[in-house]
Design a protein around this ligand. Sequence first.
Ligand SMILES: Nc1ncnc2c1ncn2[C@@H]1O[C@H](COP(=O)(O)OP(=O)(O)OP(=O)(O)O)[C@@H](O)[C@H]1O
Ligand SMILES: [Mg+2]
Length: 279
Amino acid sequence: MSGPGASRTAAPEGAPANTVVEEPRITERPSAVRLRDVGKTFRGRRRRTSALEGVSLDIEAGEFLCLLGPSGCGKSTLLGILAGFVPADSGEVLVDGRPVKGPGPDRGVLFQTPTLFPWLTTRQNVLYGPKARGALTRETEEEADALLETVGLADFRDAYPHELSGGMRHRAAFARVLINHPSVLLMDEPFGALDAITRAGMQRFLLELWQRHHMTIVFVTHDVEEATLLGDRVAVLSGRPGRTKAVVDIPLPRPRAYEDTETLAFVTAKRRIREVLER
Ligand SMILES: Nc1ncnc2c1ncn2[C@@H]1O[C@H](COP(=O)(O)OP(=O)(O)OP(=O)(O)O)[C@@H](O)[C@H]1O
Ligand SMILES: [Mg+2]
């Protein structure tokens, strides 16, 4: 990881090849996530669904944790609880030592469909958060421009979301979240809807970003290969109601690259996770 100051970075896909980017600081605080015996049941008029039961998990500051499990096991619910969108019924949910009581800019959330305001340009979208909080300064604007460089969208700062490709919209959503200096990034199958090439480009981009800034990331996926490539550890949830079945270490060296997926060590790690998932 580079120091806290400016650093030179390879330009992401879509940016001019020789782009040198001045890196803004993205994370400010050390962070950690602590879940203890977290449970959640949805109670509808006709249906009662126990989504999570007794989930306990500790995530270190700067760790990249992937959350894996079968469809409907409560992965999005768990992420929603961490984001503060969904209240837990029971247990303890702490981020940076503080109980989660609602959404906050300290937790940046990225979904499968990037959330951008269609009537705002890329740059206006990035600046939306600080503006809404009354924290728009010259410095923030400069940071937005630097972040647009980082995500390879400097040339598209005045474009509207409908003028961007799928991958570009994702990168714009990234910049929009990163300007808030989140201590935790919560990502719910963010690349699930992308084509294979764009997806590989976004995985590479995320790995580079994490390698430089070591933010804490909780990344939901049901793709074993993606979890193995990205995670320091993979938390595997059981079928509904989701419980922590196992937390598997990924003993692959960093920095990682998409090409690592072809190595024997990678295939072995992937097989271990698949075994846990299927047992
Ligand atoms: N708002 C809600 N109201 C009622 N039930 C819900 C709600 N949100 C989720 N559920 C239920 O909780 C369970 C877990 O859903 P969740 O979306 O967390 O699963 P998931 O692991 O993210 O699945 P997928 O991999 O398909 O995205 C499901 O049975 C779902 O029907
Ligand atoms: Mg989900």
